[in-house]
Design a protein around this ligand. Structure first.
Ligand SMILES: Cc1cc2nc3c(=O)[nH]c(=O)nc-3n(C[C@H](O)[C@H](O)[C@H](O)COP(=O)(O)OP(=O)(O)OC[C@H]3O[C@@H](n4cnc5c(N)ncnc54)[C@H](O)[C@@H]3O)c2cc1C
Length: 468
């Protein structure tokens, strides 16, 4: 049996987990009550689980799909993220090219561009109001070592003959965003900003309207492959007996031994300002209201929210060897470091107050690549996880791949590296905590190198070679 541990959060309070989830009028769907049959049971109602349910139904309306969620749709990373839907798979376009070669890198990038267009048109077609904008992504450099990384991306884009990456010289960068820290950057046309909780709730409704049965507040304790002929997803309130199962549990899958071999949990943190006045916005420009990332090894990301705040996240990403743990959802030390960098970038916003901070579990893999596949030879249980902090857009592509795997379609998406590239395993047993502790130490060194603006030092050089 693939045993799953549900969240240690017994509070029933999902609303405080992020700014996006705050809406107290949300009514969870009912719990599972007793046993049910289905063709496909999906565990987890984040982007991966709900896109999978919708795409399966759209491909075959007769397929009977049940989604089981331990808390509410979007309770995991989906309801807590920055809302950047990007083409990025891996750490950057340069990283993607380096890891999978030109042909697969281009195919992945083009599939991601298409996925973003489909997210946009699906929401328009369904009338989902997720405050979706298409302002592009500005990636900026704050130091000479970051200039190098910007140029590496631009070279990779040129080599792949991509027409959606553009160099942004210093003057233009500072015209777009009034910060003296900006040295240069690149701009990518195809990137969306979304309200992730509104999107996931819209997906939940779209799934229900297609006949998908969704049970919330229903933790799945385990999924068993019964003699390779069917599966059983067991919960305290009953079981779902199905032909196939999808594990869309992301970081929470770290309790499943077959998956924890190659994933680990890190925490990502975000702070949010109060809404800025028009006058305060005019001090920093940012008229296109695009998403922005810097090119630190452990990057910052920032964006305007639909109600005129600045969302500022990234930097510290501590490893949680124990897996998702709600005690890590708040960390005043990390929040105040984020505030420091916000003030450093925009000293002209000294009068703008921070209103709150939150965090969520990110499912990471050693090479920052998502992984999609089957567990076991009977091919009855499949999974998609490990987006390594970049799953808002890629979860749509992953759901397309899951659909094609489950329906046995002979699709070219099955040739993408997300499916074909074998994940790098972590050392087993007692060596795992040691490997994670060593990874955390390397991360700390990289963090310091970021702060000091240097790629120097033997360990930094070694880690950078592994990453770049
Ligand atoms: C703070 C933060 C900022 C981020 N910012 C961005 C960003 O701007 N752009 C980007 O692309 N990515 C970002 N990410 C990553 C992105 O949010 C994720 O990659 C994406 O949401 C993954 O979706 P998912 O559906 O696979 O997983 P999740 O959203 O984690 O969903 C898993 C679901 O499974 C449920 N579940 C788990 N175990 C069980 C069980 N036993 N029984 C029943 N249900 C279960 C959980 O409750 C959860 O709802 C960020 C992540 C965080 C935490």
């Amino acid at each position: 049996m693939t045993s799953l541990r549900s969240t240690r959060d017994s509070s029933g309070d999902w609303q405080s987990r992020s700014f996006w989830l705050e809406d107290r009028s949300y009514k969870p769907a009912r719990r599972l009550a007793g046993d049910e049959m289905a063709d496909v049971v999906i565990v987890g109602a984040g982007f991966t689980g709900l896109w999978s349910a919708i795409l399966l139904k759209d491909a075959d309306p007769d397929i009977d799909v049940v989604v089981v969620e331990q808390k509410v749709a979007g309770y995991g990373a989906t309801g807590r993220n920055g809302g950047f839907a990007m083409t990025m798979v891996g750490r950057s376009i340069h990283d993607l090219l380096r890891k999978v070669g030109p042909e697969s890198a281009k195919a992945t990038h083009m599939a991601m561009r298409k996925a973003l267009r489909e997210i946009e048109s699906f929401c328009a077609g369904e009338g989902i109001d997720a405050s979706i904008t298409h302002p592009g992504l500005l990636t900026v450099s704050n130091g000479p070592e970051q200039d190098v990384r910007i140029h590496q991306d631009l070279l990779a884009a040129e080599r792949l003959e991509l027409d959606d990456f553009h160099e942004v010289p210093r003057a233009r960068c500072r015209e777009l965003i009034h910060s003296d820290r900006l040295r240069m950057g690149h701009f990518e046309d195809d990137a969306l900003l979304v309200d992730p909780a509104a999107l996931v709730r819209g997906l939940r409704d779209a799934a229900i309207s297609r006949g998908v049965r969704i049970y919330e507040m229903t933790p799945v304790d385990g999924v068993e492959d019964i003699d390779g002929r069917r599966v059983e997803a067991r919960t305290p309130f009953g079981a779902v007996h199905a032909d196939r199962a999808v594990l869309a549990t992301n970081a929470y899958a770290s309790s499943a031994p077959a998956l924890s071999r190659f994933i680990f949990t890190i925490y990502a943190y975000i702070i949010l300002t109060e809404p800025l006045t028009d006058e305060q916005w005019s001090r920093i420009g940012w008229e296109q209201r695009m998403g922005v990332e810097d090119k630190r090894i452990m990057p910052h990301f920032h964006r305007p929210t639909p109600d005129g705040r600045i969302l500022w996240g990234g930097r510290d990403a501590p490893i949680a060897p124990e897996g998702p743990n709600p005690r890590r959802d708040r960390n005043p030390r990390i929040f105040s470091r984020l505030e420091e960098t916000l003030r450093w970038s925009f000293p002209q916003l000294a009068d703008v107050k921070i209103s709150r901070g939150w965090a969520g579990p990110v499912c990471a893999t050693v090479n920052c690549f998502a992984s999609i596949g089957f567990l076991g030879k009977s091919q009855r249980i499949c999974y998609a996880l490990g987006y390594s902090g970049h799953g808002v857009g890629p979860s749509y592509l992953a759901a397309e791949v899951l659909r094609d795997l489950l329906l046995g379609s002979n699709s070219e998406l099955l040739e993408l590296p997300m499916t074909t590239k074998r994940p790098i395993p972590l050392p087993p047993g007692p060596l795992r905590p040691l490997a994670l502790a060593a990874t955390q130490r390397v991360q700390n060194v990289l963090q310091r190198a970021d702060d000091e603006g240097t790629d120097r030092g033997a360990l930094v050089r070694l880690a950078m070679r592994a990453l770049q």
